[in-house]
Design a protein around this ligand. Structure first.
Ligand code: A3P
Ligand code: MG
Ligand code: MG
Length: 380
C-alpha cells in the first residue's frame, strides 16, 4: 500500500544520514520481489568429535541410507537412558569453531575480484552461523521467542553471534523430563538413517553422542551483503551432485492426523525447515513422522525448493520473499549501526515478538565474543 511504501521510503532516507534507531519486523513491509540470493557455494567444512574437538576435515560426515520399508519400525526412545551422551548446552561456544576454520582456511574464501580493494580483510561483509540467520529469516512470523544477536566489526567484517535470552535460559534449565527425552528423538532418527561410510549400514545399537557434528562453510550473497556462514549438516547422499547439493537435512515431527495438524505443520514447522535448508542450499529434507510413543510411522522427503508451492493453499501463510527481504533489510540495518571497527565493542541487537528490533552498545563487556587468539592473529 501507499502507506507502507511511504514508511519504507522514510526509513531508507534516514539510513543515509544517521542510523535508524529501530527496525520494524511487520511482515507487510517486506512483501516485495524476491531479493537476489546467490547459489550458496561450499568453500570448506569442519568436524567436531565426541569431545567437541575441532578437526579441519570431514571425518564426521555421514551417509544417508534409505530405510528399506516406507513405514519402518524405528523406536526413537531406544537408548535414551543407557546409550546417550548429551552435549552440554550450557557451554556457549559462540563463533569459535567458525573462527578456527577461518584461521586455517582464509585462502579458500573467494574474493570475486582479487585486485579490487575490498573494504574488509576477509572480503566478506558478515560472518555468522546459519542458525542465527534462520532466526532472522523467520522473525516476521515468530510470535513466541525473541532473540539477541551480538555484532562486532573487525577489519571491515561484521561478526554476528547469538546471546541466549533470559527466557531461553529459563526454558533450558526448567525443561521437563518428557521434553529432555523428546530432544533425543531427532538424534536417534539420524542414527537409524545414517551410516559412517559411503557403503556402510546404520548402527542403531551404538551410542548417540550429540557432541559430534559435521559443518559446511558456505559463501553467498544476499542483495549487496556478502555472507560467510557455517551450518551443521546431518548427512549426504552417496551418488549426488557436489556439496551442498548432496546434503540431506533429517527431521522428526509428530504424525499428522487432522486437517488442523496439517495446517499447523505447514504454517510453523515447514517455515523453520525451509529457512534452515534454503540458506545453505541443502536441497532435500527427509522427515520421520512419529507417534506419541516415539515410533516412526512414516517417512517423507521434501524438496526444499518445492516447500513454498506446498504451502500456497494455506490461508495467511508465510512467504519466502518476506523472510529474505526482512533478512536483507536487517543486514542493512546492522551495517548502518555497526560503524566502529573494534572487536571489543559489541552492538547488541534485540528483538521480541510484536516489537521492533532495537540495539545497545557495550564496550569491554561480557558480551564481547571475538577471542584474543582470533583478533591477535597477524596473518591478515
Ligand atoms: P528434530 O528437529 O528432528 O526434532 P537438526 O534437525 O537441526 O539437525 O537438529 C537435530 C535435533 O536436535 C532435532 O531433531 C532436535 O531433537 C534437536 N534440536 C535442534 N534444535 C533444537 C531446539 N531449538 N530445541 C530443542 N531441540 C532441538
Ligand atoms: Mg542437524
Ligand atoms: Mg536435522
Amino acid at each position: 500500500s501507499d502507506f507502507n511504501s511511504d514508511k519504507r521510503h522514510r526509513a531508507s532516507e534516514e539510513a543515509q544520514h544517521r542510523p535508524a534507531e529501530t527496525l520494524s519486523a511487520h511482515r507487510q513491509l517486506y512483501e516485495r520481489n524476491f531479493p537476489l540470493y546467490k547459489q550458496p557455494v561450499e568453500v570448506g567444512f569442519f568436524s567436531l568429535d565426541s569431545h567437541r574437538n575441532f578437526f579441519n576435515d570431514q571425518r564426521q560426515l555421514r551417509y544417508y541410507v534409505e530405510p528399506r520399508k516406507s513405514c519402518p519400525d524405528f523406536n526413537l526412545r531406544d537408548g535414551y537412558t543407557n546409550r546417550f551422551v548429551k552435549r552440554d548446552d550450557g557451554v556457549k561456544e559462540k563463533l569459535d569453531h567458525m573462527l578456527k576454520w577461518i584461521l586455517a582456511n582464509r585462502d579458500k574464501i573467494k574474493t570475486r575480484d582479487q585486485t579490487s580493494s575490498s573494504s574488509s580483510a576477509l572480503g566478506v561483509d558478515f560472518v555468522t552461523w546459519r542458525g542465527h540467520l534462520t532466526k532472522v529469516l523467520t522473525t516476521p512470523y515468530e510470535t513466541q521467542e525473541g532473540w539477541m544477536l551480538a555484532a562486532s566489526k573487525f577489519r571491515g567484517t561484521i561478526y554476528i553471534s547469538e546471546v541466549e535470552t533470559e527466557a531461553a535460559r529459563a526454558n533450558r534449565v526448567t525443561r521437563s523430563e518428557r521434553q529432555e527425552e523428546m530432544m533425543y528423538w531427532g538424534y536417534k532418527f539420524e542414527q537409524y538413517t545414517c551410516a559412517d561410510g559411503a557403503d556402510g549400514t546404520p548402527d542403531p545399537g551404538g551410542v548417540v553422542n550429540t557432541n559430534e557434528a559435521f559443518c559446511t562453510v558456505v559463501q553467498t550473497r544476499l542483495a549487496d551483503h556478502k555472507l560467510l556462514f557455517s551450518g551443521e549438516v546431518d548427512c549426504r547422499v552417496k551418488d549426488a551432485p557436489p556439496a551442498p547439493g548432496c546434503y540431506v537435512e533429517l527431521k522428526t515431527s509428530a504424525e499428522i492426523c487432522t486437517p488442523k495438524q496439517r495446517s499447523n505443520f505447514h504454517r510453523y514447522k515447514l517455515l523453520k525447515w525451509w529457512a534452515q535448508s534454503f540458506l545453505p542450499g541443502v536441497p532435500q529434507i527427509v522427515a520421520g513422522f512419529r507417534d506419541h510413543d516415539g515410533i516412526v510411522v512414516s517417512i517423507q522427503t521434501f524438496q526444499t525448493s518445492k516447500i513454498s508451492q506446498l504451502i500456497k493453499n494455506e490461508q495467511n501463510c508465510w512467504k519466502p520473499t518476506v523472510c529474505m527481504n526482512f533478512c536483507n533489510d536487517f543486514l542493512s540495518f546492522v551495517k548502518s549501526v555497526v560503524k566502529e571497527d573494534d572487536p571489543r565493542l559489541v552492538y547488541l541487537l534485540e528483538w521480541d515478538p510484536h516489537r521492533d528490533v532495537t540495539y545497545t552498545v557495550h564496550r569491554d563487556s561480557p558480551f564481547t565474543f571475538l577471542p584474543e587468539w582470533y583478533v591477535k592473529d597477524t596473518r591478515s
